[in-house]
Design a protein around this ligand. Structure first.
Ligand code: PHE
Ligand code: NA
Length: 446
């Protein structure tokens, strides 16, 4: 059977942007920035996106397009008989870890959407929005129903074929999400006491740079947000035809993703300070802050409905790209149908997600890594360790395994000498060195 292809160049762009823009920009960006001191983190994050993220995005997509296979198969095809394909196994593992908590958080978003549709969240509940969040997530199975719903939607889109399912929805809802976020940002900044939040986000506190974990947090966020290092972009690239020009696509995706992160920072932090919420509340942060904003706004309830609807679609267009990684791999290896494979993979991830969800209730004391609960631990291993390692391997692969001419051809940089050389120097030396230094620094070696 012939491998599937995107319908058009726009189809790839929409799907890749859909993969990038998601809960990572709003939910994860806010709490990681909040935990790591705001401004200094934002600066490091932007540097990671520019110096490492965009060049690696180009690398990852081009490996997929050249090989026309899944994340394991691509390395086997391009470098037979070598261990490079292990990169793919890390990618598949990351996909399992990430989607199991992503689906839980997306499930919370569906629940919030429902609470707005039914009008429950229009006014603050007696226990406050923080209390309502805590009560809901601590319930043994209630949140899991929403997680299951989200997983089913993801599976259905993946088995109906990525292109039919996701291209159309993205065309409408990404712009809509952008418009709502911009309106919310203006509103949030106009709140009393909001300046403090703007300062928190944009005025770096240089002391924060002394903390080694800020570097790995910024690197991990760049990888997570750009969907890098696990083969989601590689797999999407494998459905491309040679006509597309990759460098401008990579830049466009990087800019778009960063725009969504910064604008959500401008929504969340002014409000966090205006309402006296703790910026380092962790994963619950946006689920407490946003309802507080909507409650104060004229027509806030309606805006809440539209916002959470758009957020769910943004999350879906990311989750399908995650599920697609193991689906494409297992389909090829075992000759299973797309339908069977996606259902099986999604079910396993849901089962893992049960532990994540219980980590907010009866398993709250289970802290696999340091003080981290189950969600934070899975996120830490996947986003801060496995994704950067995957990215490191892909950079080294393009920089050292390929001949320079081959690498430039794969990325459509043959005819742009300056950009080609910059990109090549980055993947061959700069990005690997920075990633290794950040790891060593975190380990306390340097
Ligand atoms: N980039 C997505 C987001 O920001 C999440 C994601 C991570 C998607 C890794 C694919 C791979 O929400
Ligand atoms: Na993102």
């Amino acid at each position: 059977m012939a491998r599937e292809k995107w319908g058009s160049k726009l189809g790839f762009m929409l799907a890749a942007m859909g993969s990038a823009v998601g809960l990572g920009n709003i939910w994860r960006f806010s709490f990681v920035a909040g935990n790591n001191g705001g401004g200094a983190f934002l600066l490091l994050y932007l540097l990671c996106v520019i110096i490492i993220g965009v060049p690696l995005l180009l690398t990852e997509v081009s490996i997929g397009r050249k090989a026309e296979s899944d994340v394991v198969g691509s390395f086997k095809k391009l470098s037979p008989g070598t261990p490079w394909f292990l990169t793919g196994f890390f990618g598949v593992l990351s996909a399992f870890l990430i989607l199991s908590f992503y689906a839980v958080v997306a499930g919370w978003s569906i629940y919030y959407f429902w609470e707005y549709v039914s009008g429950q969240f229009f006014v603050e509940p007696a226990e406050g929005y923080a209390g309502a969040f805590g009560g809901f997530t601590a319930h043994a199975w209630h949140p899991l129903l929403w997680t299951a719903l989200f997983m089913i939607l993801t599976i259905v889109i993946v088995y109906s074929g990525v292109k039919k399912g996701i291209e159309a929805a993205n065309k409408i809802f990404m712009p809509l999400l952008a418009i709502i976020l911009i309106i919310l940002a203006f509103y949030s900044i106009s709140l009393e006491g909001a300046v403090e939040g703007v300062r928190f986000l944009f005025q770096p506190n240089w002391e924060a740079l002394k903390e080694p974990s800020i570097y790995i947090a910024a690197l991990g966020q760049a990888f997570f947000s750009l969907s890098l290092g696990m083969g989601a972009m590689l797999t999407y690239g494998s459905y491309l035809t040679k006509e597309n020009k990759l460098p401008s696509a990579a830049l466009g995706i990087g800019l778009m993703d960063t725009f969504f992160a910064v604008i959500s920072g401008l929504v969340i932090f002014p409000a966090v300070f205006a309402f006296g919420i703790d910026p380092s509340s962790g994963p619950p942060l946006v689920f407490i802050t946003l309802p507080s904003i909507f409650e104060q706004m004229p027509m806030g309830g309606i805006i809440g409905i539209v916002f959470f609807f758009a957020l769910i679609l943004a999350a879906l267009s990311s989750s399908v790209s995650i599920l697609e990684v193991p689906t494409a791999y297992f389909m090829r290896v075992f000759h299973w149908s797309r339908r069977f494979t996606s259902i099986l993979m999604g079910t396993i991830m849901f089962a893992l997600g049960i532990t994540v969800s219980l980590g907010f209730g009866m398993w709250a004391d289970v802290t696999p890594i340091g003080e981290r609960n189950i969600l934070d631990s899975m996120d830490y291993v996947a986003s801060n360790i496995l994704l950067p390692l995957g990215g490191l391997a892909m950079a080294l692969f393009a920089g050292w395994y390929f001949k320079k001419s081959e690498a430039l051809e794969a990325t459509d940089l043959t005819h742009s000498a300056i950009i080609g050389n910059i990109w090549y120097t980055i993947v061959k030396f700069l990005a690997p060195i920075i990633i290794v230094l950040i790891f060593l620094n975190k380990l306390g070696v340097i």
